[in-house]
Design a protein around this ligand. Sequence first.
Ligand SMILES: Cc1cc2nc3c(=O)[nH]c(=O)nc-3n(C[C@H](O)[C@H](O)[C@H](O)COP(=O)(O)OP(=O)(O)OC[C@H]3O[C@@H](n4cnc5c(N)ncnc54)[C@H](O)[C@@H]3O)c2cc1C
Length: 391
Amino acid sequence: MNYSLSEEQEMIKPYSLTEEQEMIRQSIRRFAQEKVAPLAAEIEETGHYPDELVQMMNQQGIMGLPYETKYNGGGGNLLTMCVGMEELAKVCANTAMVPVTQELGAMPIVVGGSEEQKQSYLPQIASGQSRISFALTEPDAGSDVASMRTKADFDGRNYIINGVKRFISYADIADEMCVFAKTDTSKGAKGVSAFVVDKKTPGITIGKKENKMGFRGFSSCEVYFENVVVPAENRLGEEGDGFKIAMKTLDKTRPLVGVIGVGLAQGALDAAIAYTKERKQFGQSISQFQGLQWMMADMAMQIEAARQLVYKSASVIDQGEPGGAMYGAMAKCYATDVAMKVTMDAVQLLGGVGYMKEFPTERYFRQAKLLQIVEGTNQIQRVVIAHQLLK
Ligand SMILES: Cc1cc2nc3c(=O)[nH]c(=O)nc-3n(C[C@H](O)[C@H](O)[C@H](O)COP(=O)(O)OP(=O)(O)OC[C@H]3O[C@@H](n4cnc5c(N)ncnc54)[C@H](O)[C@@H]3O)c2cc1C
């Protein structure tokens, strides 16, 4: 049976970028090209992310862009973030990950925190003074989040957290973590609660930094919790709200993973076009071969379709229009599948040098793979979309 848009979805307004969003794009593009691009290859190669770049992003207001002005943020929305992050990802996806992962860590507070909790955490997060991680995944609970084993037992005043989290981005440098743990192991998803945990709390140990295939400019670590005492006032929402908070968070942040895919893909296509114009074989520039031209045309079409879907999803979520979760899943899934395909084709367009570290295409290709996995694999995005279709 064909899926037909519901009346509500037909009413979704078209989006357009404001003058301010265009200005933000230009300003972040300049910053990306002048300050970030020269360091992109080195960041990936050494796995060291320079603190000076984070400081520059703080000064430029990039870290604070999505937070409300009352929390010292830039007052931007998800669409503004998408526009800005695309520019960073085009030259250095490791750099786009810094504000994007910060927003992932902060979003549970935004969607589930009290006003007092927001006042207490968000200003430092928006100014970049405090870094925050999102700690959901566990060794035995990846896609099946509700099967998590980390427990938070209430002793009348505090929660005592025990368990292990895996692949937690920036866990080694974070000041705080949003941690999801079971307060009632008999209730499945409804037994999960969310907490803001100060990383200096005794009992927290950060495991080794994973040795990743790509995105080597940011760390991913295991985190061990052993009798970690967390005050009750650090719980977000009510007991049992944690799963809902985690899902609402991911609904709002998935377009950002999608837009990193768009930026990566555009960066790879730009590099491929430049190379094919210069490279000569059979007495002519290889860009003159129709076989390659059609590849480039397909890549450009796919990138533009992905960009429009990502921007649209961000706008739907910003406006609180119906279908935000489905649009977010579609945008993340489609744009990151496009990123994988386009970056692979970009390597092909460069031939042998496309496989070498002297050219950026191999980096884009390795990085694109991660985007199909994080914040819910692309199989899980399809589960989310199908669930909406079959409701
Ligand atoms: C570099 C990196 C950084 C990360 N950062 C964070 C972070 O900061 N915080 C955090 O909490 N997590 C983080 N993650 C975890 C990430 O979100 C998970 O890896 C992801 O959700 C998949 O879980 P998994 O790896 O356990 O795979 P699994 O769930 O074991 O999946 C294995 C395969 O089975 C498929 N599969 C599973 N269930 C289904 C189903 N129902 N239908 C069809 N196919 C299915 C998956 O799509 C996948 O192909 C990070 C991961 C990586 C690699």
